[in-house]
Design a protein around this ligand. Structure first.
Ligand code: SF4
Length: 309
């Protein structure tokens, strides 16, 4: 069996080679409404996990075949931090990755555990999901294994983010009628301000979900993003906009002072005239263009991110 997949050209991370730690079946301690895999009872172990030697062999072969791979992504048909030997695997991958970055996609369920935090510290890009900040909403959308509390997840992420020197990304996935309410976004905003991730990915369902739930529109995502004041949000736009907006130089500065705009926001929202004004501001060095964990953002010149790459 091959434990790698891809490489896939990801807009957010570049050319990515995936490692699947649960190739047999879904092994997850959540059963999210929006999961792209089939609904399954949450469990706390990976069923039939692969051994490290086989994974490393597969990664080495893949890197030989495709030397342009930019990111090695630890993921799973479920939750990768359930893999018992994750710490050793990360050490082994760091030995062979050379100039590639190591990325993990996790649901953050075990982040309160200091051992998991110590392992994640050794990874270049850590992407954690956090869909809600209240237990009621969390239970409804992520359907976790009994005993998993969102307050522990939040405390764990806060502690982790204080000492993590690489790129921490928080992903928020919005489901219509579940976590798209203003009060949920406000509660999340308070938490995210404390966490201060280098990037927040705000998206919605874009593949057939495990349960009968619906996506929100790009317009709703844009409106919800206004709750995250000052934070670098990358909205994952799925639809083409009906109209693009004309912004003066002054209006652009005002907009990015409120919230840095990602390249995807600019492509999605800005008219040609707005893009020309954006370029003028860049030429005059009145705004800043910076790459945050692979995504280009335009931000206020006074807002230099120490974590930007
Ligand atoms: S955490 Fe990921 S794999 Fe697990 S149920 Fe949710 S979406 Fe699916």
């Amino acid at each position: 069996m091959n434990y790698t997949f891809g490489p896939i050209n990801s807009r957010r991370f570049g050319l990515s080679l995936g490692i699947d730690l649960s190739p047999d079946s879904k092994s997850c301690n959540f059963d999210c409404l929006y999961c792209e895999l089939e609904a399954a009872k949450p469990i706390d172990k990976i069923t039939n996990p692969p051994c490290i030697e086989d994974i490393i062999k597969d990664v080495q072969n893949a890197l030989l075949k495709e030397p342009n791979i930019e990111v090695i992504t630890i993921t799973s048909n479920g939750e990768p931090t359930l893999y018992n030997e994750l710490d050793t695997l990360v050490d082994e991958l760091n030995k062979i990755k050379e100039d590639k970055k190591l990325l993990i996609l996790s649901n953050a369920s075990l982040i309160i555990n200091p051992n998991i935090q110590a392992t994640l510290q050794k990874i270049d890009i850590v992407k954690l999901s956090l869909d809600c900040a209240t237990q009621k909403c969390f239970k409804k959308i992520d359907r976790p294994l009994k005993g998993i509390e969102v307050s522990d997840i939040i405390d764990g992420i806060k502690t982790f983010s204080k000492s993590f020197i690489h790129d921490l990304i928080i992903e928020v996935l919005v489901v219509k009628g579940v976590n798209d309410k203003e009060e949920e976004m406000d509660a999340l905003n308070l938490v995210l301000k404390d966490i201060n991730p280098c990037r927040i990915d705000l998206g919605t369902i874009d593949r057939p979900p495990a349960f009968d739930v619906q996506a929100v529109s790009s317009e709703t995502l844009k409106n919800l993003s206004s709750h995250f004041i000052g934070l670098p949000i990358s909205i994952i736009h799925k639809e083409q906009p009906k109209t693009r907006i004309d912004l003066s130089e002054e209006a652009i500065i005002h907009t990015i002072k409120r919230r840095p705009q990602s390249q995807s926001d600019v492509d999605y929202l800005f008219s040609e005239h707005s893009k020309q004004n954006l370029q003028k501001l860049l030429d005059k060095k009145e705004i800043l263009k910076q790459k945050i964990a692979g995504v280009v953002f335009y931000s206020d010149i006074t807002r230099l991110s120490s974590k930007s790459k």
